[in-house]
Design a binder for this molecule. Structure first.
Ligand code: NAP
Length: 249
């Protein structure tokens, strides 16, 4: 992967950070996007550089058009090329039933988890597609097991936004299949990151073991390993695939 450039939205913490670390170790030059926690992004970039890798950071809200424009502009100016894109930024919200979802909640959820990722994938295609003069590349979208389970009484809106990611993956893969780009997704199950605390359930990972066939939550590193495979040349005949990384759930 030497010299190839990878952009990871929401790359500063959790699953995105694990992807950045492993991608840098595999030789990718990584651009780490974050929205609020500059300290986490800076510390991760420093770790990667201390380990001999190359990393940049860029602040930007991946749930807005202007934020996405700024993120990709930073990739253009700092690296001058893009070979891989991990559409990872995503949020949950507090558990609630569908009849209690506010309009504002739905707008935030879908802006960050669905509209933003579709628009960002388009920005990656503009840079990587051979139809636009690019070298080709690879996109990995971050779905969730929720897309298939539906997450009743918790966050059906989140599950629906991840359903959109699955459909994006299938449709975009076909759209750019002759343009040097392969597009896949992973569906993590319950992974031990800070996202659960942000939804008011700080112990969700440890307390959910009983509903996972493997009887444990997954780690960010285990999801990152699947993403690194899909980013690799070993996955060159795989497109439109969605890989469950969920301990059998
Ligand atoms: P996390 O630990 O909460 O980390 C979220 C990351 O996304 C942080 O780097 C955060 O940046 C960034 N982010 C949040 N909103 C953003 C925005 N609007 N624009 C740009 N960056 C933004 O989350 P995670 O658990 O690693 O989840 C990563 C992805 O995996 C999400 O798409 C999530 O839906 C999906 N997923 C997670 C699980 C799980 O159990 N953890 C399961 C299935 C799917 P700051 O540091 O600046 O806040």
């Amino acid at each position: 992967m030497s010299g190839r450039v990878l952009l990871v939205t929401g790359g500063s913490r959790g699953i995105g950070a694990a992807i950045c670390r492993k991608a840098a170790a595999a030789g990718w030059r990584v651009m780490i996007n974050y929205v609020a926690d500059m300290a986490a992004a800076t510390a991760l970039a420093t770790d990667i550089r201390n380990a001999g890798g190359i990393a940049g950071i860029v602040q930007g809200d991946a749930g807005t058009e202007a934020g996405i424009a700024g993120i990709f502009a930073a990739v253009d100016s700092d690296f001058g090329r893009l070979d891989g894109f991990v559409n990872n930024a995503g949020v949950v919200d507090y558990p609630a039933r569908v009849e209690d979802f506010s309009w504002a909640r739905l707008e935030r959820m879908f802006a960050i988890n669905a509209v933003g990722p579709i628009h960002a994938a388009g920005q990656a295609v503009r840079r990587m597609s051979t139809a636009h003069g690019g070298r080709g590349g690879v996109i990995v979208n971050m779905s969730s097991a929720a897309a298939q389970i539906g997450s009743p009484n918790q966050y059906v809106d989140y599950a629906a936004s991840k359903g959109a990611i699955d459909t994006l993956t299938v449709g975009l893969a076909k759209e750019v299949a002759t343009e040097g780009i392969w597009v896949n997704a992973v569906r993590p199950g319950i992974i031990d990151t800070d996202i659960h605390a942000s939804g008011g359930l700080p112990n969700r990972a440890s307390e959910s073991a009983d509903i996972v066939p493997m009887r444990r939550a997954g780690t960010a590193g285990e999801v990152a390993d699947a993403v690194l495979y899909l980013l690799s040349d070993q996955a060159s005949y795989i497109t439109g695939a969605i890989l469950n990384v969920s301990g059998g759930r």
